[in-house]
Design a protein around this ligand. Sequence first.
Ligand code: ZN
Length: 389
Amino acid sequence: MSWNPAFAGLDCLACGERHPPDGAAERCPACDGLLTVALEVTPDDVPDEDNGIGLWRFGPVLPVTRSQAVDLRPGGTPLVQAPGVADELPVAQLFVKEEGRNPTGSIFDRGMAICGGALTHAGVTEIGLASPGWSGQAASTMAARAGMERAVFVPSRSSFAAKALINVAGGEMRVIPGQFADAVAAWRDATADASWHPIDPAVNPYLRRGLATVYWELLAACQWTLPEVVVVPTGSGATLTAVIEAAIAAKRMDWAADTPTVIAAQPAGCAPIVDAYEQESDTPVPVQHPDTICGELEIPEPPAGRLALRRLRAIDGSAVAVTDQEAFAGAIALARRDGIIPSIAGGVATAALSNVGDLPHDATAVVINPGDGLTQADRLRSYLMSQGE
Ligand SMILES: [Zn+2]
């Protein structure tokens, strides 16, 4: 197995040094900065239509080859129009990128396919990670497929569906009382004595490159016509960073005429990236008492937060917080007006479109629904009951 020949190495985003390809690397060995995958591509490296609608359509700009990846066929998710909700919003057209249709029901399956291939190349046979839920599901199945031992630390508040899926996929699961920050602390403590290779889905450069495919795919679904607005539900900052990096790359490679307005959407009860953006700060301030129903986005100290802010500023994006009530309303509006059942994080992104100012009224907007709403319908129903329905 080999790398994509165009994979030139890992560039440090802090000190600028280029390191040779290393599938186990997650941070710069010289300065601990975040890394990014460097590919020597040209505008001639066009999407490969012969590879169908999934991830491998973008094989020329991925660091691993299809045979090297841990390929459970992620990607190729539908872009579904939502005309009913569009009528209620200050946009002309609304589409939902349905990432819940991935193999374990979230966008993280894209990232794990690439990350798993890199880890396999490096000879890693055992992984450990902390996860709010979705990334743990994707990691568990990736590791099962790759024959890796795995330990996943989840907070007790993560969904029953996430815990069940991680259990079913095998390996060790540790349920840590409390919230995601508690799971991260326990994972870090355990990592010192563990034999596993720790992976952080928020910063892993291979995983982020896999996430980037969601943007190229939605661009392809729009016939390479740029949507004016793309809304990204944001927790750790990884998906936000990936989407912006993908948008910049698409413009550079002449796949698109420009970059869209990217909106970072966070729940108001845990919005460190939005707060920092509004305050024109480079660094998110850790949230001391995070409190949102949207556990997947409840990341009080986002590991990719500084990078996400840098990227968001570079393309002059926006950042918007929405209350839990607005997120529920956004999700339920999609369900009732358009028959689309999003995750609550998808509701956060949809609601953000109501809260952002100065959108052009003829805009086409794409909301990324990062995960499966079917396993969260009970929470949407509980909300409706609390409203007297
Ligand atoms: Zn460095």
